[in-house]
Design a binder for this molecule. Structure first.
Ligand code: NAP
Length: 438
């Protein structure tokens, strides 16, 4: 039997994901060699503190704090440190040295992806990042490879497990946001500082990556309109539920014709009402899913664990084997597909359906007044439902009105809501949320 060549693997980071990657590289060395056609030798692991406790027992001699030197001698570099620096400099150094790089660092890719992609293209090395979006779910390679002969028109993703867990808790138990967040923190689904998750930033970074691959154009965080879930109340969830909807934080990338007739891509993250029968409505707890619409393939859904050391390590190893195979077989690295120039549309130019909750006086003619006002602003109503409430103390009756509109622009909707607020029959506007999947 011919001796397999050895490829040196440098691992940067040995935290939740890195420790599991190291374990698999060591435990599954023979299987990985058989699949790759080369032995993947874990040459070293760069960390901050050599003697910090680890999730996995690993040979002490593998650890180093000298990431610069480790990277210079590697064929393949796996970056799982997170953060912008020194991850960025180390990845660029690895690329300059001709190493292929695998990373799960969505924050870095969303902030400075183009610099890294261009460096990898120039050096002719592979830069892979399947783990950066939706953890274990193979989603980037299907978009980039399997659907490369099709035209993706829309991507809807539940790509942040923390916020899906919180919204699901609120939906199933009626909890307020703060209580659901505390529960997520208690169970380890949310970090002590949950800002990046609940504020939508983590999902926005993934939306930029999904949009870039789906529409062959480089989008970064600046192109993503981002709203988190901190403003979603138990009352919003209950009203949505009553009307047959569920609220999810969605990362959305879709091709649209703007109000001025120009074509573009809208990339956005916001709490969204989905009909309960939509496949994404069935994604519970901290799970992730990405729903894709393509011209020829139709509708596809990818579902699984969006985080966790072991699931995420699976995606990292997939990228590693694929990059190693290419080194063994030779040939050019797979670079980014032809870069298009599809413009990112501002949120004002986007047409979506809306759900509007109104607390109104229970008087004759109210519905007609409101419907006329919507019509005057060019916003057409698809569903209008009224529920009557009687205040037990005052015995005064009020009505709750739930309206779902046809597609309208943000600008038209905002003007309508403003005008509705001015009507004397309106007590309050209780919620305004975007709707998908109707
Ligand atoms: P983590 O648990 O915080 O681990 C980070 C590791 O990097 C630690 O071992 C740390 O060393 C090392 N490190 C950090 N800064 C360093 C520096 N300046 N020099 C040397 N080593 C340094 O992170 P993680 O959860 O494994 O996540 C790693 C990456 O994967 C991130 O980009 C994250 O966004 C991405 N990701 C994570 C998940 C997940 O479920 N956790 C899912 C998808 C993607 P010490 O141990 O010595 O402190």
């Amino acid at each position: 039997m011919t001796e397999l060549r050895t490829l040196k693997v440098a691992l940067l980071g040995c935290g939740n994901v890195g420790a599991q990657v190291a374990r698999i590289l060591i435990d599954d060395a023979d299987a990985l060699a058989a699949r790759t056609g080369a032995r993947l030798e874990l040459a070293g692991i760069a960390v901050r503190t050599i003697d910090a406790p680890r999730d996995v027992e690993l040979p002490r001699e593998l650890f180093t704090t000298d990431a610069d030197t480790l990277v210079k001698d590697a064929d393949l570099v796996i970056e799982l440190m997170g953060g912008i620096e020194p991850a960025r400099t180390l990845i660029l150094s690895a690329i300059e040295n001709g190493a292929c790089v695998v990373t799960g660092n969505k924050a870095l890719l969303a902030q400075d992806g183009p610099t890294l992609y261009e460096a990898a293209d120039k050096a002719g090395v592979q830069l892979s990042y399947e783990a950066a979006v939706a953890g274990a779910i193979p989603i980037l390679r299907p978009i980039r490879d399997s659907l490369s002969g099709d035209h993706i028109t829309r991507v809807l993703g539940i790509v942040n497990g923390t916020t899906n867990f919180i919204l699901d808790q609120m939906d199933t138990t009626g909890a307020q946001f703060e209580d659901a967040l505390a529960e997520a923190q208690r169970l380890g689904y949310a970090e002590a500082d949950p800002t990046a998750d609940v504020g939508g930033l983590d999902a926005a970074a993934k939306a930029a990556i999904l949009a870039s691959l789906s529409f062959h154009t480089r989008f970064d965080l600046e192109n993503v309109h981002c709203e988190g879930i901190t403003g979603v109340s138990a009352a919003d969830i209950a009203a949505a539920k009553d009307a047959g909807f569920v609220i999810k934080l969605l990362a959305i990338a879709e091709k649209l014709t703007a109000t001025d007739g120009s074509e573009g891509v809208s990339v956005r993250v916001h709490p969204t009402l989905l009909p309960r029968e939509h496949p994404l409505a069935a994604v519970h707890g901290a799970f992730n899913a990405v729903f894709i619409e393509a011209e020829n393939a139709g509708e596809l859904m990818f579902y699984g664990q969006g985080a966790g050391g072991t699931p995420t390590a699976s995606a990292v190893l997939g990228d590693l084997v694929s990059a190693a195979r290419r080194i063994v077989l030779g040939g050019p690295a797979q670079t980014e597909t032809a870069i298009g120039q599809v413009p990112a549309l501002p949120i004002d130019a986007v047409n979506t359906s809306y759900y509007i909750g109104l607390d109104v006086a229970d008087q004759p003619g109210v519905l007609a007044k409101i419907a006329q006002l919507f019509a005057e602003h060019g916003v057409s109503i698809e569903i209008m439902r009224q529920t009557i409430h009687r205040d037990a103390d005052s015995n005064v009756e009020s009505a709750e009105l739930r309206i779902v509109t046809h597609r309208a622009t943000e600008a038209a909707l905002a003007a309508t809501v403003q005008a509705v607020k001015g009507l004397d029959v309106i007590n309050s506007v209780t919620s305004v949320l975007r709707v998908e999947g109707v």
